[in-house]
Design a binder for this molecule. Structure first.
Ligand SMILES: [Zn+2]
Ligand SMILES: [Zn+2]
Length: 325
């Protein structure tokens, strides 16, 4: 299912089978999770690396052709995340910040992704996955971006005791479980009127759930914003206790309106989180089965990728959507 031009629906196309280059794996795609970033690329809010482009950066793949170093054996199940390649040489790569690599290439943006039957990926950036008995192909897919990048965003929130999650979708429903496991209290903010989303958050252990404009019962130590709406930034800042942090976890957001300095005063801060490092992935995939994180998944056949993206835009399902070729 390829993106021919931003703003146009994805279309089924026949492409040549991808050929693995040096250090790459050829994978049979078993499932591929859908992420809001895919929707931003589809809608023209982010620029695709090339066209036509195969979206999808939460690939659960089975190795058909291994890399020559044998990093992952034939038949093993691996996960392919957003970070597809880094240079290893720039000042970010050399200081443990490969998520900021100046020449990074991203899966489903610069490299064709997993909305397909076959994919190619750099073996060094693929993760071994927890056992299939714990995480079947559908359930494991959302861990690969919503989980990984959500986990990084949660770490950037610092030692928060009370944490707000704005936009209770694929990432938040995973982060909620991790935060509670770490002893935090979770406050979930949804679109106004989304009572189903609020009920889902309470079911997962949130102590409070309400609309994004509602005041929580107590000031928060951190807020993580997953929704792409800039006005949520000053709204979240307003409900923070002194010293609190607003973490913007998405790759794209509408403009942030101005706000009085008083709302930032008392050592409150605003920051973004970009991409992931392989270390984030390894530690999160080790942690997830220990909690254990459970994912709520709606499955769509590959041919219905466009419909799945429309449902994501409309907030039509709880949790995450996953494609099955
Ligand atoms: Zn993503
Ligand atoms: Zn680099």
């Amino acid at each position: 299912m390829a993106l021919q031009a931003p703003g146009e629906p994805l279309r089924a196309v026949e492409m040549m089978d991808p050929l693995p280059g040096p250090g790459e794996l050829l994978l049979r795609v078993r499932t591929c999770g859908i992420c809001r970033t895919d929707l931003h690329l589809r809608d023209g809010e982010l620029e695709p690396g090339h066209l036509p482009l195969v979206l999808g950066h939460q690939i659960v793949g089975e190795v058909l052709v291994p890399d020559e170093a044998g990093t992952h054996a034939v038949g093993t199940r691996v996960g392919v995340p957003w970070l597809g390649w880094t240079c290893g040489e720039c000042r970010y790569c050399r200081s443990g910040r490969e998520n900021l690599c100046e020449r990074a290439r991203f899966t489903g943006k610069d490299v064709d992704g997993g909305y397909a039957e076959l994919a190619v990926a750099d073996a060094r950036f693929c993760f071994p996955l927890p056992p299939e008995s714990d995480y079947p192909d559908l359930q494991v897919a959302p861990l690969l971006c919503g989980g990984l990048i959500g986990y990084r965003a949660l770490r950037m929130a610092g030692d928060a005791e009370r944490i707000g999650l704005y936009g209770f979708g694929a990432a938040a429903h995973i982060v909620c479980q991790v935060a509670i496991h770490q002893g935090c209290k979770v406050y979930a903010f949804t679109r106004p009127g989304d009572t189903a989303g609020q009920a889902f958050a309470r079911e997962l252990g949130a102590v409070w759930a309400g609309a994004s404009g509602d005041p929580p019962p107590e000031p928060l130590d951190a807020a993580v914003i997953f929704a792409p709406a800039g006005p949520l930034v000053p709204a979240a800042l307003k409900v923070l206790a002194p010293g609190g942090t607003v973490v913007c976890a998405g790759i794209h957001m509408s403009d942030i309106p101005s706000f009085p300095y008083e709302d930032l005063w008392h050592e409150r801060s605003i920051r973004s989180v970009a991409n992931l490092t392989r270390a984030d992935g390894t530690s999160f995939l080790k942690l997830a089965p220990r909690i254990p994180v459970r994912t709520r998944v709606t499955a769509y056949p590959l041919a219905q990728a466009e419909r799945a993206l429309a449902d994501l835009r409309d907030g039509a399902f709880e949790g995450a959507a996953v494609l099955t070729p």
